[in-house]
Ligand binder design. Structure first.
Ligand SMILES: *Cc1c(COP(=O)(O)O)cnc(C)c1O
Length: 548
């Protein structure tokens, strides 16, 4: 019995000899096998590393990381040059020019029909049902009627309508058509509440899933995507890839962006975008300017209006790029969700809201050989708070700062804890200070000074000046070496690191009996002082110099 992949593949692909690649397996060797130039280009920075060498044709660590994020085994994932490439690769591996056909359900992503036509493959169109739903029956009937359909495209959430197709309907479709490939395009899945169809592919080898780092991970410029599914089908599809599909800098950028320390900030950003999607949809619905607002499950809205050209012109006049989508429906316009400030501009341009002062937020990353840290901070929100440094007591202490300062703090660190908590503790303080500094911007309107007096059995007093001039004085002694995995001697270093990277004068004085209480009192008091110092009290820079 031949496999599904062999039965469905184009004969040219099935019989294609393997392309010989040079072995990347021994990095220490003198590499004189690939006619590379031995001199690296004169470009600085980690992304330029090894740029004179051919990249790894099958970057295994990126593949494993993406597979882990998508919850599948690595051998069920094929890396592609963005999601677009996944579409092209499937068509080229399985659809014979002039003979086979694909089924698409408009309005949907234009690339399916585009790549099919480019490859001489017929496109059969069956419009989506009412409310833009993808009903399995219509697709099944179309495939059975035609006889030449090799590949069905199903986009969920659908671009541009946002419609989410239930996983049960996807299963019914793939099950009813065992000899037709079904590509489930999940480019926007992270923005929806829906689960992935990927687990279904274990029992249904004709079902494939497309994922991409372009949308949820903000890596559109790096062109990294993936096909998930039956390993034999993927192997056949992979034969049509160029010898070195992913550029080296893109592989490294993707690995850095997907590091575990980045994940909490990525998730917070996705949640910020879906909150904004909801807010935009509500405000635009209330505006009365539109005949329909389709919110859906992506990072965009589909709008419908009687005057799409006029609406687009109005937004364009405010410097906001949008365009009508007449191929979707005569009055359609797709609007991507931007930052809260960008969305305010949209609402203001349409006369349904006034711009607010810019949010005091910052997302930063800080990487060294010892630690990798990502921090997201919002001085005007009290939630969420998620701190994970790997040092339990320190997590608790940083959380105390955020809780008492009434700010949102997401901080995640991958540190060399096998050596000692020292690097982790100090670098997290530096990163927190840098994030606070970035969020404060020009420090306009802040109270600037903060202070607090004793609390509980321990007495900690912290006074703080967000002066932009680093200074730290710490007065206090600890009797024990450690609290859990946290070395008590690091507490003065934490405040010094904060003072340096935040640009602040920090004075800490602590007395008392119990080291746990004394340490906690310091962090709490700092949070309280910070709360006062960052409070907005007006619009001026709080200095007679006019600048901080
Ligand atoms: C953006 C998008 C993709 C793929 O994007 P890439 O940048 O090529 O990864 C795939 N499908 C849909 C529906 C999209 O909107």
């Amino acid at each position: 019995m031949t496999s599904l992949a062999e039965r469905l593949a184009r004969p040219e692909i099935r019989n294609l000899p393997r392309f010989e690649l040079s072995d990347r397996g021994c990095p220490a060797a003198v590499r004189l096998d690939a006619n590379e130039n031995p001199f690296p280009p004169l470009i600085d920075g980690p992304l330029a590393q090894d740029l004179n060498r051919y990249p790894d044709p099958r970057p295994e660590s990126l593949r494993r990381r993406m597979a882990a994020i998508y919850g599948v085994a690595a051998e069920r994932l094929l890396l592609t040059r963005g999601g677009d490439d996944a579409i092209d690769v499937l068509i080229r591996a399985f659809c014979r020019p002039g003979e086979d056909a694909v089924l698409v359900r408009p309005p949907t992503f234009g690339a399916y029909a585009h790549f099919a036509r480019m490859n001489g493959v017929r496109v059969i169109e069956r419009p989506l049902g009412p409310d833009f739903s993808f009903d399995a029956e219509t697709a099944i009937a179309a495939v059975r009627e035609d006889g030449a359909v090799k590949l069905v495209f199903l986009c969920t959430p659908n671009n541009p309508t946002g419609t989410v197709t239930p996983v049960a309907d996807i299963r019914a479709l793939a099950k009813a058509l065992p000899d037709t490939l079904v590509l489930v395009d999940e480019a926007y899945l992270e923005f929806s509440e829906s689960g992935s169809a990927a687990p279904l592919s274990e029992a249904l080898p004709n079902l494939l899933v497309l994922r991409t780092l372009s949308k949820a991970y903000g890596l559109a410029g790096a062109r990294v995507g993936a096909l998930i599914g039956d390993p034999e089908v993927l192997e056949m599809a992979g034969r049509t890839l160029p010898p070195y599909p992913l550029p080296g800098p893109c592989i490294r950028a993707a690995e850095l962006a997907l590091a575990p320390s980045r994940q909490p900030v990525v998730e917070a950003r996705i949640s910020r975008l879906t909150t904004e999607r909801r807010r935009l949809a509500e405000r635009l619905t209330d505006s009365g300017l539109l005949t329909a607002v389709h919110e859906g499950g992506g990072n965009f809205l589909l709008l419908d209006t009687d005057t799409p050209e006029a609406l687009a012109a109005r937004l364009n006049a405010s410097g906001i790029k949008v365009r009508p989508r007449p191929q979707v429906s005569p009055g359609a316009l797709r609007l991507s969700v931007g930052t809260p400030e960008e969305n305010d501009l949209v609402l203001a341009a349409l006369g349904v809201g006034a711009p607010r002062p810019p949010g005091r937020r910052a997302d930063i990353s800080r990487d060294t050989r010892e630690t990798r840290i990502a921090v997201a901070i919002d001085l005007d929100q009290a939630a969420p708070r998620r701190v994970r440094t790997g040092v339990g007591f320190y997590d608790h202490m940083l959380d105390q700062i955020a809780a008492h300062a009434c700010i949102s703090l997401i901080l995640d660190c991958e540190g060399d804890l096998e050596t000692d908590p020292h690097h982790t503790v100090e670098d997290c303080a530096l990163a927190l200070g840098a994030a606070l500094k970035a969020a404060l911007g020009d420090r306009r309107g802040i109270g600037r000074y903060g202070f607090v007096t004793p609390m509980d059995d321990a007495e900690a007093a912290v006074s703080l000046d967000l002066s932009a001039r680093p200074f730290c004085r710490f007065e206090g002694q600890f009797a024990t070496d450690r609290i859990g995995d946290y070395p008590t001697a690091l507490t003065p270093h934490v405040f010094r690191s904060l003072a340096d990277s935040l640009g602040a004068a920090i004075h800490v004085r602590v007395t008392g009996e119990d080291d746990h209480h004394k340490t906690e009192a310091c962090f709490k008091a700092f949070g309280r002082a910070l709360r006062q110092a960052i409070r907005l009290e007006g619009g001026d820079v709080p200095s007679t110099k006019g600048v901080l």
